[in-house]
Design a protein around this ligand. Sequence first.
Ligand code: ARG
Length: 263
Amino acid sequence: MFGIDRARKTAAAAIATAAAATTALLGAPSAVAAPQPIVGGSTTTTTAYPFMMQITDASQNQFCGGTLVAANKVVTAAHCMVGETTSSVRVVGGRTYLNGTNGTVSRVSKIWINPDYTDATNGDDVAVLTLSTSMPYTKASYVSSSQTSVYAAGTTARILGWGTTSENGGSSNQLRTATVPIVSDSSCKSSYGSGFVASDMVCAGYSSGGVDTCQGDSGGPLLIGGVLAGITSWGEGCAEAGHPGVYTRLTTFSNLVTAQVNS
Ligand code: ARG
């Protein structure tokens, strides 16, 4: 549904065509808006958000985001890890640019995928990676299971990633960030019907669209008050009016994450 897995694996390929796509968009008459961050937003750095990790393949081609929650533990989306093995994945910290070579590259010694996960649109979209090399970066704290009030509609949330800057566009070489309001469960249900599972998901975005996560941002953080409260999971297209981004509702999975962090 909504091409989630297809989109994930094409993220690395999209980087290669990003420059060409950007040129094409900018070269076109002004019918199409210039590509924006994530979609909408601005450039930032891993210095500003040190817990922001690139999840890459063995050649360090980024395909998802992740959040450092302990020196050797990274929270990401389950759908990012489907078909991956401890030898196929790397986690890269301290690297603002996709084409950078700096920062810390770690292998992964364990991939925990929520055992209930089937598809992002069914919920349960959370995974925890155990790193072989500890990251020398400040970790993020994450919500506890009781903090369900953080998702009050209208609350400002921050999204981060290297994903595509328009629905069919290319990835961003530089990390980007934007803020989006949390959408009420009833409104998100109106957008997505039975695809929206309120116990496991929370939506964020403007009703008019324009700012959103997009392909390649999956697994990355939704921060509320600087605390990890969601994981980029899915959406119909990107930044479309009436179709907010859907994030894993981390309060539901907080105890599961903690069990992995302590394991
Ligand atoms: N599934 C996408 C990924 O793997 C993330 C899509 C987010 N979509 C959205 N409209 N917010 O990168």
